[in-house]
Design a protein around this ligand. Structure first.
Ligand code: MTE
Length: 317
């Protein structure tokens, strides 16, 4: 792929539980093909654990941070934003424990020639799962490095054939207040909704995530399907996706509806545009003490800056 810099696997420190990529891929493939609903069980050991293979980090643009150490599985799965469960960072790991992620379907429709409802097993079977380690920068000023597993959003969109009227993609998350205590909060207009311009959605970086650290996605991280958009603030990376619609008007996200002066449609990571209540120039990597400088587009400018040529990024925050 052009523009990507290969990182020597020896440069990175992998999580000790993150062992054997290829064996896992065979494992998830076999499960997806053979065992139907079993493919998405987030618990139990996966084939391949314990053999010590490393994985390269998906690189930053040339000139940016050349290497990253992924956060630990423990950090990634115990410090979460998942308001459907709680606004507390530690609570989703506990509250999402019994959340049912099987069976699960994703309906893709709107301005497309071939609308379809996909079972999760079908998505895993149809689209080869890739590992990609991305930085995640939350609008609150913290960040992590997460080894995701997933497939490019573009592949799913191409499958349904957007019509020429389609200009935006609208994502909707699951709404199950009986299982998600945070959805009893009247402060937010559930379900969680997010959106992208169609060309942003077709960018190679936009990943539909099905796992992390070589295992099916834990519920608190958005199982069984979420987005990872590493050049945007983390709130754009919607979890628990059940519906995707191609539309001709810019969707209004949950955050735009809740606080339009604080959260815009684009939400590209931008150290030069402060949030109304705090600076965005630095961030705290979870697990570190000193703050780091935040990079434009979270370090992915080479891959995405062209999407925003001619757009005033101060107005379009
Ligand atoms: N998706 C849904 N459905 N609900 C949420 O509350 N929080 C967002 C995003 N996706 C959120 C969501 C925010 S603010 C962030 S920073 C990331 O998820 C956090 O992802 P993580 O918990 O896997 O690190």
């Amino acid at each position: 792929m052009s523009g990507w810099r290969d990182v020597d696997p020896a440069e990175i420190t992998p999580e000790h539980v993150y062992r054997n990529r290829r064996a896992f891929m065979r494992g998830i493939g076999a499960l997806a093909v053979g065992a139907g609903g079993a493919a998405l069980s987030a618990c139990g050991p996966m084939p391949g654990d314990g053999t010590g293979e490393m994985s390269p980090v998906w690189p930053a643009a040339e000139g940016d941070v050349p290497q990253e150490t992924p956060n630990t599985l423990e950090q990634i799965t115990t410090y979460n934003n998942y308001y459907e469960f709680s606004t507390d960072k530690e609570a989703p790991a506990r509250l999402a424990r019994g959340f049912k992620t099987e069976p699960w379907t994703v309906t893709v429709g709107g301005m497309v020639s071939k609308p379809a409802t996909f079972a999760m097993e079908e998505l895993l079977q149809r689209f080869p799962q890739e590992e990609r380690t991305y930085r995640l920068r939350c609008v609150e000023g913290w960040s992590m490095v997460i080894p995701w597993l997933g497939f490019p959003l573009r592949q799913l969109l191409e499958q349904v054939e957007p019509t020429s009227q389609a200009k935006f993609v609208r994502f909707e998350a699951v709404k199950r207040p009986e299982e998600m205590p945070g959805q009893k909060s009247p402060f937010y207009a559930w379900p969680y909704v997010e959106g992208l311009r169609l060309d942003e959605a077709m960018n190679d970086l936009a990943l539909l995530v099905t796992g992390l650290y070589g295992k099916p996605l834990p519920a608190q991280n958005g199982a069984p399907l979420r987005l990872a958009l590493p050049w945007k603030y983390g709130f754009k990376s919607i979890k628990g996706i059940v519906k995707i619609d191609l539309v001709d008007k810019q969707p209004t996200s949950l955050w735009m509806a809740a606080a339009p002066n604080e959260y815009g449609f684009y939400a590209n990571v931008n150290p030069d545009v402060p949030h109304p209540r705090w600076s965005q120039s630095t961030e705290r990597r979870i697990g570190e003490v000193r703050r780091r400088r935040t990079l434009p587009f979270n370090g992915y400018a080479q891959q995405v800056a062209d999407l925003y040529k001619g757009l005033d990024l101060r107005q379009n925050y």
